[in-house]
Design a protein around this ligand. Structure first.
Ligand code: ACO
Length: 181
């Protein structure tokens, strides 16, 4: 059968080329080579990969989706004002989702939802963590629906946040509160 068998696994150095290829394909924004290097080597970035181990073409270990994120200090994040008194002065952290993507033939199967759940689970396991947040370009309806479905709250609209091929686009900031300790 060619029914997909979706498996989650860590991202590793051998994923470099595929990871870069998918990013170029699914995002309007360009990322530096250092970003991909940091992801596959786990340098200051946490990530989760997805493969289809039942792929008809045999590329069972090739990435078809991913999420990348970074743990940052709450006080250094742009959501510090939303986190309450403690977050500004202590060791509190937040998880910032950098990129989330699924290859188009594997969309609408719940993969991105599962990846978001992994990030939330990870964030919840960090005692100092207060929230997960991210930016999404204002015209990206599928992603906006996804984050709303996952109970993220749309906190603000940032004017002209992105510059793509000489044009400015707004972004939405979405955030999910984490209970922590
Ligand atoms: N239209 C409307 N809503 C959609 C669509 C769509 N085409 N695709 C997903 N959704 C919403 C729905 O609410 C869906 O829930 P439902 O199936 O109950 O209706 C929900 O998202 C969950 O869908 P999943 O199957 O979990 O999402 P999928 O695995 O298809 O991935 C994603 C969604 C990541 C947005 C995918 O379309 C993609 O890779 N797009 C290109 C890259 C991108 O836009 N990434 C996010 C940018 S923001 C960032 O990276 C921080």
């Amino acid at each position: 059968s060619t029914k997909p068998k979706i498996c989650y696994r860590p991202i590793r150095p051998s994923d470099l080329e595929t990871l870069e290829h998918i990013h170029t394909k699914v995002f309007p924004v360009r990322y530096e080579a250092t970003f991909f290097h940091d992801v596959v080597n786990g340098c200051d970035i946490v990530s989760w990969g997805v493969v289809d181990s039942n792929r008809p073409d045999g590329r069972c270990d090739e990435l078809i989706g991913f999420v990348t994120a970074r743990v940052v200090f709450a006080k250094e994040s742009e959501i510090v004002d939303l986190l309450g008194y403690d977050s500004a002065k202590s060791d509190q952290t937040v998880v910032y989702i950098l990129t989330l993507g699924v290859v188009d033939t594997y969309r609408k199967l719940g993969i991105a939802s599962s990846l978001i759940k992994e990030v939330i689970k990870y964030a919840s396991s960090i005692p100092t963590c207060r929230a997960v947040y991210l930016h999404v370009i204002s015209y990206n309806k599928p992603a906006i629906f996804l984050y709303k479905k996952m109970s993220f709250k749309c906190i603000r609209r940032l004017q002209e946040f992105y510059l793509i091929n000489g044009l400015h686009y707004d972004s939405y900031l979405f955030m999910y509160y984490v209970m922590g300790d």
